[in-house]
Each structure stands twice: as structure tokens, then as C-alpha cells.
Design a protein around this ligand. Structure first.
Ligand SMILES: [Zn+2]
Length: 87
């Protein structure tokens, strides 16, 4: 079972509330604190690690039919996204 999501942190460039999560590929990505109807990331907090399941295509469509919240990676709508690309 997924645990409650960890507390949020602030984006270093725009101060928006975000959470850092680890993708299937072991990469850490910032995810917006609030779920979004256009989100494509499932969050699972397991054993103290926040896992980001990045969904695509049919998988994403299937999750959207459930009531699980989906989150948007923060670099999609960070007003300072230009800074993210440099990293
Ligand atoms: Zn930001």
C-alpha cells in the first residue's frame, strides 16, 4: 500500500510547492504538489521513497479512468523552466 505523500518542498527557482520523486529510470524529477487533470505521473510513497510512475499512451488513459490522482512534472509549468534545461 502506498503511504501518505511526504511534505512538499519549494521549487528553487519559482518557490512553487513541489515534491521530488524517483522515476522508473532512477532519475529524480520535481512534481507539482497538487494533482492536475493533465497530469501524467502517478506517485507512490513506499518505504520512505517517493516513486514517480510516468504514464504514457494506453497506460495513461487507463489510469485516467480510475480516481487515482495524477501529477504534472514541475518543469512543464515552472515559469523558470529555462533554468531546468541547463541542468
Ligand atoms: Zn519552479
Amino acid at each position: 500500500m502506498s503511504e501518505q505523500l511526504p511534505p512538499t518542498e519549494q521549487c528553487r527557482s519559482c518557490k512553487a510547492p513541489i515534491r521530488w520523486a524517483r522515476t522508473q529510470h532512477g532519475k529524480h524529477i520535481p512534481v507539482n504538489a497538487e494533482p492536475s487533470t493533465s497530469g501524467n505521473v502517478l506517485l507512490d510513497h513506499i518505504g520512505g521513497v517517493l516513486h514517480a510512475g510516468v504514464m504514457r499512451g494506453n497506460q495513461l488513459a487507463a489510469v485516467r479512468r480510475t480516481d487515482r490522482p495524477l501529477f504534472l512534472p514541475h518543469f512543464v509549468d515552472c515559469p523558470n523552466a529555462g533554468e531546468w534545461r541547463k541542468r
